[in-house]
Ligand binder design. Structure first.
Ligand code: FES
Ligand code: FE2
Length: 341
């Protein structure tokens, strides 16, 4: 039992309360109906066998992703230009996609190839076709007609690596660029991920180009494991890292999909050098998968609750600040909008 000694405390009065919030809001995805012109992951290659079609949400609308007999993955708007049926409940026929409603078929360019009852195919009936690419087991779709940048390759050649892919089960409660902005955020590497930099912050060594940046982190990671990673971002949606983790090379990419406004979906690739010893490779994958889940776990609650609003930035935020400017002027559009909604 507790016993109070006074019936009430003295009143605490606020002093020096802020009168205005610092900083300006960042452009949100979907604001004014536009989205960053970036490559977005939409599914894993392993989720799309030959002859299969998937319905995916993308940019707050619906698309289909299908793989015809030729083995090529294609992504197009989901709503049929006949009467608007969702092609996501249709089927793949050869290299065409067939609508479930009146069985019209659309070819690999999204052009109506035939109708179901023999009426001539109206050539003006077209689906919106997105630039689509498969890289390291992930199907990527570009928001726009012509990609601005390429999905990178690891420094270790493709025939010398083994990789695994992951689709995270839950959406994250923020825009893709919010996760991307963790990479230029050197303060967060130190305090959230307990990475002890072996050098001064490498702001001056960040290698920028029109569509992103890379820089080298030489540090002791958790448990004192030495790392020499090159980390970087392409556009607003692709994190990329590679270099030694202890005594082996590790490559990683995380793509941030954009299914609905205000959220993103993470797809990851982990790559190791093919040392020709499957037991050793499995052991290393166990280690780096645990590292990936631990790292994402450390970021998760922050990402799911943040109202990202750059306020009082400090010297440690030099590279982050430049990336935020990059985001502010990043091209945004939504030419597929009328077809995927
Ligand atoms: S709505 Fe698709 S064929 Fe008629
Ligand atoms: Fe992080």
């Amino acid at each position: 039992m507790t016993q109070a000694t006074a019936t009430r405390s003295t009143i605490e009065l606020p002093q020096n309360n802020p009168t205005e919030r610092l900083g300006e809001l960042m452009p949100a995805e979907g604001e004014n109906g536009v989205f960053a012109e970036s490559w977005y992951p939409v599914c894993l290659s392993s989720e799309l066998k030959k002859g299969e079609l998937r319905s995916e949400t993308f940019l707050d609308g619906k698309i289909i992703v299908f793989r015809g007999e030729d083995g090529v993955a294609r992504a197009m708007s989901a709503y049929c230009p006949h009467l608007g049926a969702d092609l996501g409940v249709g089927a793949v026929v050869g290299n065409n996609v067939q609508c479930a409603f009146h069985r019209w078929e659309f070819d690999g360019d999204g052009v109506c190839a035939k109708t179901g009852i023999g009426d001539p195919a109206p050539k003006r009936a077209r689906l919106f076709k997105f630039p689509t690419q498969e890289v390291y087991g992930v199907v990527w779709v570009f928001n726009g007609e012509k990609p601005h940048w390429e999905i990178p390759s690891f420094e270790v050649p493709d025939d010398k690596i083994v990789y695994r892919t992951y689709r995270f089960p839950d959406y994250f409660n923020c825009d893709p660029w919010v996760f991307a902005a963790n990479t230029p955020d050197m303060q967060h590497f130190k305090v959230v991920h307990k990475t002890e930099f072996a050098t001064e912050d490498p702001h001056a060594g960040v290698d920028w180009d029109d569509w992103g940046f890379r820089y080298k982190v030489i540090a002791a990671h958790q448990q004192g494991i030495p790392i020499e990673w090159t980390v970087g971002i392409r556009g607003t949606t692709l994190f990329w890292q590679e270099g030694p983790y202890g005594d082996f090379w590790l490559g990683g990419m995380v793509g941030f999909g954009l299914p609905v406004v205000g959220k993103h979906e993470a797809f990851a690739i982990l790559a190791l050098e093919d040392v020709g010893d499957s037991k050793l490779i499995d052991e290393r994958f166990d280690i780096v998968e645990a590292l990936m889940h631990r790292t994402v776990g450390e970021d998760k609650d922050i990402l799911n609750t943040i109202h990202y609003r750059p306020g009082a930035l400090t010297k440690g935020d030099t590279t982050l600040s430049r990336y935020l400017d990059f985001l502010r002027s990043y091209p945004r559009s939504h030419i597929s909008g009328p077809f995927i909604k």
